[in-house]
Design a protein around this ligand. Sequence first.
Ligand code: ATP
Length: 892
Amino acid sequence: MDYENIDIDSVLADLNTSREGLSEEEAANRLLESGFNELEEKTKVTPLKVLLRQFANFIVWVLLAAAIISLTIDEVVNFWVIVIIIAFVVILGFVQEFKAEKAMEALKKMVQPVTHVVRGGVVIEIPTRNVVVGDIMVLETGDKIAADGFVFEIQGLKVDESAITGESMSVVKGTGDLIFSGTQIVHGKCRAIVTAVGMQSRLGMIAGMIQENEVRTPLQEKIADLAKSLAIIALIASGLTFVLGHFTGAPTEEMLIIALALAVAAVPEGLPLTMTITLAYGMHRMAKHNAIVRKMLGVETLGSTTVICTDKTGTLTKNEMTVQKIYAGDEFFDLTGVGYDPEGSLLKDGEDVEVEKNHTLGMLLKAAALCNNSSMVQRQGRWDVVGAPTEVSLIVAASKADIWKDDLDAEYEKLHEIMFTSERKLMTTIHKTNEGRIAFCKGAPEFVLEKCVSIERDDGVHELNDDDVGRIVQQNTELARSAYRVLGISYRNLPEGLPVEGSENELTFLGLVAMIDPERKEAKDAIALCRQAGIRVVMITGDNEETAKAIGKKIGLYADYDGPVDRMDDKLKCIIGDAAITGSELLSLDDEEFDSVVEGVSIYARVMPEQKLRIVQALQNRGHVVAMTGDGVNDAPALKKADIGISMGIKGTDVAKESSLMVLQDDNFETIVEAVKRGRGIYENIEKFTTYLVSRNFTEVILIMLGITLLGFDLIPLLALQILFINMFDEIMPAIALGLDPVRDEVMYEKPRKPGERILKKRNLLLVVSIALIMGLVCFFVFIFSDPVGNIERARTMTFATIVSMILFIPFVFRSLTRSAFSVGLFTNKLMLVGVASTFLLTLTVMYVPYLGNVFELVALGPAEWIVPISAAFATLFIAEAIKKILASSGI
Ligand code: ATP
């Protein structure tokens, strides 16, 4: 249907609804009929896709080649063992990756969008997928539009339609215009009647083009590259072994089998898989702690964060505002009571105040309640509030003086609103009274004062002079220094014919309202932890500088020094510590100047949201990895630019959430720090399992090379099948256990990792090579001391048993790459205990199950014969620990 040029009532009638919205039953019926308001997902993970992905792996191809070669040279048993290894790799990969994908899907669902609609005359919040044709959407700045619709009841509406048009300029909309699903409201408010949902919407028609697809993270790429390089090294090493064998007179075919087995053993099959599991599990754990990482990339970047830029209100503070002081008519009044309960009194010098006798105070409270979009209702004895805490606190304050917003709304019909925005820091409403129109304006005091020409006291209205302004500014500063958030309140009786835009001028000042927003107690510890971890915390707030500093001091973010007032001098001083600057001061600095001071600034106050982008850029220019929080539409560019954009789950807009890498479910600063800690832990675990896997993979290569060159082919320490068998079981379980190792608290005692650092950095590489060498050598010694000339089968069994016994100890070495395994605690990773024990027992079956023993040419060792392999493996643990210690103390 074409809705252009049709008036809203006929559209409502057409869609069989009214301004009261649909009834719940009708909506439910329509939902049943039309299905959910969602796009068909083309990129949905299917088991087949995940299975096929397992074969897009270089390692699997190496294994397949080995299997085919075994078959062509008639080594049937070898062939089957390799096939089983491939099946093992593919099935395990499939199961784990599928699980990880499902977990990711579940995570995405945790930040499922919601939409406000009118149903049965009441505004309610519903999941966006439940929106149906005929619903009336109630939309405001920052909302992502849930469905196509026809707008009415509009207030300064601007929509960003780039999602469907590619056009980056936002579009101004008027009554009767269409808005489209998937686009975003960047300014204003409106109601809109839904005309099309899901695949019928314009977005649905072009859906395929814009579906988001998770790309692999740099770290996953890095691991895939590493695995590939290692596989190539494995091929070269096994080729070399083959050549060595050839020159020492080994029979070509047998030597080929050994070389193949070695190639298979040295290929790090488990590496990419363990990586995915570690990242996916890490994300899952973070989500449990209220940090939803929207892209895997976030997990690894978090760990290298060097600066966290955070909002104040709601993140460092509780965003639970309570008005405690009012300054009106040159007098101070106190309000008692806590929270949003209207129980409390209005006092002056400890005595109850009658509002009727304090005209200015009464007018101020009325203005505060009327220039206000919040509401409170009593339900079963409890007060339920809706709206921004700043505004709620004002209606609660008014109610303590027995001034009720509901009564006022009936008396003062609201005609218009000039919305509050973080840029303007003002809000004005225009109302109709018997005497004419009146405007009420509230906002940041200095912004309100700028618009005032007069001041009201109980004896009447006077011209606002410099003394008055000085006094008000002074009171405002004093209140802010005590950590109060202060609003200025004013009004104007509007002359007839004055347009709406003119109503926010020539105001009469009424007074100041001071509300307390207690700091989050946990923020103090979290900030202290950041300092310890070499992470700088910076507060960026729209609030007053003094309020910001006062809160900053309480939570240990800001240490005041009574420096000179001159900001330029401060610049030099602030290198060591905490400077506070305001948005307008920031404006006066050019990029070079700003770059030179940015390291020292801990507080940015009265900031415009778009200045956040500049702050991120300046910090990034200095080489920082920046995490930045935000909630509004205007925060989106900064969130995108930051290395880790963090949006607020509670007060954040859809736009902010979509621009961020991580969503904080509880808006709490502590959660960011916890996520950084986990990010660090996860990276550390990735280093651990990578070094473990690589050193493990090359042990057999070293052993066989030693055997072939020093003893010759007949005395080769392990047979091809034995090598393959060890390889099949010994690596994956301990590697996964290392990947999921609990995060140590001490990760926050260290400095942030350098971005771009290699996993196998010099230190780790030395560790890997030396431990692989030691393991290879120890096995070789066990072999030559087990009388290989007298009983080769037993000597090989002893060597086999030594390698298998190492599984019991060596994984523990890798639980820390710097500290001793004993100080980490041997029993602190239960999964590791289960992993090593089960791997050990599984490997034993081949020795003790009679038929298998014959196939693998192993003898069943008696209990006493295990003393040598186990002691040798145990000794390896100590040698490996010693190497670790030497590397740590040499400072590499
Ligand atoms: P942040 O969350 O970034 O720490 P903030 O929430 O204090 O900061 P804004 O919401 O942008 O920042 O508010 C900036 C200033 O605007 C406040 O200090 C207050 O003086 C004023 N203000 C806040 N809310 C309103 C409102 N609803 N109406 C009028 N003025 C407001």
